[in-house]
Design a protein around this ligand. Structure first.
Ligand code: EPU
Length: 428
């Protein structure tokens, strides 16, 4: 098992390029099921969740090969789908449910293991299933699997009762091949949804309003391949490095990014006293001196993203005074708090609120990552903590951050990836 080994405190300074967005690439890969022609994607991040999705797609008859810094996907399997996403794959990555919509629309059936709860919450998929049922699918839940079938999906009007990112993506991919018009209401508005719609449009789909709360889709009979679709920049990965700049009193230039997608974070960082400069596809964030505490409430886009809550919480341990963080999207997303407190932070959790009292001098410790963003939070804390921090179980981090230790080293941090086999030589 691998871990990060950080010697702090560090000051991050320099330039870092945003990777392609994991959460945009995952549905884009799933969309390759919608055609037999090649779909070529650029800027697909080399992270573990993408490798899991590739394994799942290969299982479903899609040939996936590396292509110019991205992937070339082509479905070559038999036309009647033996379309099953098995438990072994779904349990390692909930986003496996993104194959439900495309399989059903393309082959008239899908069998996907139900994802259980996960480290950050219960995370049901009732909205995905209600939407697909509204399009005419018969839905059966048996033996831990969801079985969907439909002769042909029929366009309809469907309103999500909870705005869901992957639910909206699943419905988009199903409705694009349905007969007639589908109107989806109360959709999630995350930029990754607009990116999926751009890909589907390039494949011949007819979609209006993606990225807004109402999306209209005119179904088409078939979709074709795409010679090149570039995945958008990862706003969460980029945001993590920008928070790293502030927490470490550093100066980081993030390039090849989409500043508008990071607006909620940038506004907040500016309020804490950081200097934020934006030009076209670059963001420079720097900070010196005391940091002002600022409360945050997570919310669906364009609110403050839940996927940056843990990293922001680490930042607030360094602010002069108290800040309250309210998590409204997931019910169990404060698992990083006990670990931060072990490093010297003063944080109390009360239901959906975490109250942070700063500034506290963090000290290096051995801490355990529990989920992807919690891991990033512990790495940020390790950067400012005095002495040695070991972040265990970084396989969580590898799900969504491309070569994080290399990017941090490039910014001047003392961080190394250590295999437990090398533990004997850990005393640096
Ligand atoms: N929800 C329901 N019913 C549903 C679907 C969702 O009640 O059928 C609830 C969830 O339990 C949650 C809320 O709705 O309380 C929002 O969940 P959503 O469905 O939007 O989350 P998701 O689609 O499963 C995606 C990202 C997450 C990110 C959330 C919120 C992908 C692959 N994952 O998950 O990313 O936190 O949206 O923005 O796009 C991460 O990258 O670390 C990550 C967890």
């Amino acid at each position: 098992m691998e871990r990060f080994h950080i010697i702090g405190p560090n000051r991050l300074a320099g330039t870092v390029r945003a990777s392609g967005a994991k959460n945009a690439a995952l549905p884009a890969l799933a969309a390759s099921l919608l055609t037999d022609e090649p779909v070529q994607l650029r800027r697909v991040p080399a992270v573990r969740d993408i490798r899991t999705m590739v394994r799942l797609l290969e299982h479903l008859g899609v040939a996936c090969e590396g292509h110019e810094g991205g992937l070339r996907l082509r479905r070559t399997g038999p036309n009647r789908s033996a379309a099953e996403a098995p438990y072994e794959l779904v349990k390692t990555m909930r986003a496996s449910v993104l194959v439900l919509g495309p399989l059903l629309a393309r082959f008239g059936s899908a069998r996907v293991s139900l994802p259980g709860g996960c480290a950050i919450g219960v995370r049901p998929i009732d909205q995905h299933l209600a939407g697909l049922a509204a399009l005419g699918a018969e839905v059966k839940l048996e033996h831990g699997y969801v079985d969907l079938s439909a002769r042909r999906l029929i366009g309809t009007r469907f309103a999500f009762t909870t705005a869901t990112v992957t639910g909206t993506e699943n419905l988009l991919m199903a409705a694009v091949l349905a007969e007639g018009t589908t109107v989806l209401e109360n959709c999630a508005c995350e930029p990754e949804i607009a990116d999926l719609a751009a890909l589907l449009t390039a494949m011949g789909g007819r979609i209006e309003g993606a990225g807004e709360s109402t999306i209209t889709i005119e179904g088409v009979r078939q979709l074709h391949g795409v010679a090149e679709h570039e995945i958008i920049a990862d706003r969460i990965e980029g945001g993590t490095y920008l928070i790293g700049a502030v927490i470490s009193g550093g100066d980081v230039l993030l390039v090849d990014t989409e500043p508008a997608d990071l607006a909620p974070l940038l506004e907040k960082l500016a309020e804490t006293g950081a200097r934020v400069e934006v030009e076209q596809r670059r963001i420079r964030v720097s900070h010196q001196g005391p940091l002002a505490p600022r409360d945050v409430i997570t919310a669906p886009h364009p609110g403050f993203p839940t996927d940056l809550q843990a990293q922001y919480l680490a930042l607030m341990t360094q602010a002069e005074g108290s800040a309250t963080i309210c998590e409204t999207v997931f019910e169990n997303r404060f698992q990083h708090v006990p670990e931060l407190n072990r490093m010297g932070a003063d944080i109390r959790v009360d239901g959906t609120f975490a109250r942070v009292r700063g500034a506290t001098a963090l000290s290096g410790a051995t801490v355990m990552a529990t989920d992807l963003r919690a891991s990033a939070c512990l790495v940020l804390a390790g950067l400012v903590a005095g002495g040695e921090t070991r972040v265990d179980r970084i396989y969580h981090l590898d799900r969504g951050y491309e070569r994080m230790e290399l990017k941090l080293q490039q910014l001047g941090a003392q961080v190394r990836r250590i295999d437990s086999a090398d533990d004997a030589d850990m005393s640096v």
